[in-house]
Design a protein around this ligand. Structure first.
Ligand code: ADA
Length: 482
């Protein structure tokens, strides 16, 4: 089949019923008026790079093709529950949850009512006639005995919504959430009132056996390795992750920096006429689809893009505004690589930098960090805000041992990571660090000349999850910084 658009699309009996850009967020389509009998649902996934694709571009990770996340077919009636959004909050020391239930009306004319259950509490909302399209039911439920979600005690609760007509249930949806609040106080990020310190790793969805479509067991294994490092957080570089991975993070108490899809876009790439709409879509879908995950404590956007230009700044501002309109409960940030030239730090709640001292340049980590931090405080709108290092690391090729500590050797990587982490973890005004990166990854073929093996080799583990020498130095550093 010939298609020029870089889209995933759904075809029902040969007729197109949906088109969607971006591989990292879910989309749905309703095939209406189907008669009983056999039907064919086709999904066409197109991962070609083209000028029409502003976010999927040749990059420092592999853009795999095909359908790489689960597909679900469901029979729906005249109206159905599309999603539930739960916002936990505390009033006078006790937990409450505000639930909004989004009901899509295809053709229902009779009044319907909604039953809502959180923990032990149940509420029947009065019957209402639905408008065509999307309708929102809302309720506030107090849950005085609720246990707070935290990395030490990741308590989860279910929310159940049931649609009823004349007392008969005809559709339901169950989702999960946790009671927790994130706040910013001066230079600190607070979880349920206590300061958070991030000991994290950046992770791509990439595996030599499965490409980006890691099965559940492989995701769980990765998170076991993350825990074995003494880490408490994962950054989903550089796109929204598989929902099952987020579910596991919720269950294991692993904090998540989730970010929209973009890596290293230049000013020219941000000026692609498709950029704004494609970025808007992935950001909206990420926040709407992943809102209920308690593990997500922050939203990130536009990793290492043109945050040193006025045009870029307008894009950052627009995306941050969009996030704020969809979610008032989480802070926002972006990972900058613009050393002393970034002009966007007045926009987010948290200032974040990717730094590679002793890898891409020779300035010692402590000196580099102090200089950068001083500049942020003196000369930018980021002064006084929490400060995170969102990438630090060095390359090391698994099995390459070098007595004279050559670059790309495991010894050099281990020593460098230790120096970098010791400097960052002891820096008083830093709220934490993410190591680049969890495991080695494959990169776009177009980048073959920039990286040995056409891989990004900065993993603490190699692509098969074999620990490199640096595993022990990272673990030791993390253990010394609870
Ligand atoms: C950047 C970028 C990563 C990766 C890294 C590196 O900071 O955000 O995706 O490319 O550098 O390995 O150099």
């Amino acid at each position: 089949m010939q298609r020029r658009e870089p889209y995933g699309s759904r075809l029902c009996d040969g007729k197109q019923i949906a088109a969607h850009y971006n591989a990292y967020t879910a989309f749905s389509a309703v095939a209406r008026g189907l008669r009983a009998g056999r039907h064919t649902l086709e999904i066409v996934a197109d991962n070609r790079f083209s000028p029409e694709s502003a976010l999927h571009v040749p990059n420092d990770y592999m853009s795999y093709g095909g359908v790489s996340r689960p597909v679900l077919a469901e029979q729906v009636g005249s109206c159905y529950i599309e999603r539930i959004r739960v916002t936990p909050f505390r009033r006078e020391g006790a937990w409450l949850a505000r639930a909004e239930i989004f009901v899509s009306n295809l053709s229902e004319r009779a009044p319907v009512s909604l039953r809502l259950r959180i923990g032990e509490t149940e509420r029947l909302l009065p019957p209402a006639r639905l408008a065509d399209g999307l309708n929102v039911f809302a309720a506030e439920i107090s849950c005085p005995g609720a246990r707070a979600w935290s990395p030490q005690d990741p308590a989860l609760y279910t929310v159940t919504a049931i649609l009823e007509k004349e007392g008969e249930a005809f559709d339901d949806l169950i989702d999960r959430f946790g009671f927790r609040e994130i706040a910013i106080e001066g230079k600190r990020i607070l979880l349920n009132g206590a300061p958070l310190y991030i000991r994290g790793v950046c992770r791509h969805e990439d595996h030599p056996q499965y490409g980006c479509a890691l099965p559940f067991a492989a995701m769980a294994y990765d998170l076991q390795l993350v825990k074995s490092l003494g880490a408490n957080s994962v950054r989903t570089a550089h796109y929204p992750n598989d929902e099952r991975f987020l579910d596991l993070c919720d269950e294991l108490g692993i904090l998540v920096w989730e970010e929209n899809h973009a890596r290293g876009l230049s000013l020219e790439q941000m000026q692609n006429p498709r950029f704004e709409q494609q970025a808007e879509e992935v950001t909206r879908e990420m926040v709407e689809q992943h809102y209920n995950h308690p593990s997500i404590y922050i939203w990130g956007i536009l990793n290492e893009c043109a945050s040193d230009s006025e045009y870029g700044k307008a894009c950052y501002a627009k995306q941050f505004d969009l996030i704020r309109s969809l979610d008032q409960s989480r802070p926002r940030s972006f990972a900058s690589c613009k050393f002393k030239t970034d002009i966007c730090f007045d926009l987010p709640e948290v200032v974040s930098y990717n730094i590679y001292p002793q890898w891409y340049h020779d300035t010692p980590a402590g000196e580099y960090l102090a200089d950068l931090y001083g500049w942020v405080q003196r000369e930018t709108g980021g002064a006084g805000k929490p400060f995170l290092i969102t990438e630090v690391g060095a390359g090391g090729i698994y099995g390459y041992r070098s007595a004279y500590k050559a670059k790309w050797g495991e010894e050099y990587q281990a020593d460098t990571l230790r120096d970098q982490l010791e400097a960052i973890l002891s820096f008083p005004d830093c709220s934490g660090v993410y190591i680049w990166q969890f495991a080695d990854i494959r990169i776009s073929e177009e980048w073959w000349g920039t990286r040995p093996r056409t891989m990004n080799n900065k993993g603490i583990f190699d692509e098969y999850r074999r620990p490199k020498l640096c595993f022990e130095s990272v673990r030791a550093c993390f253990q010394n910084r609870p």
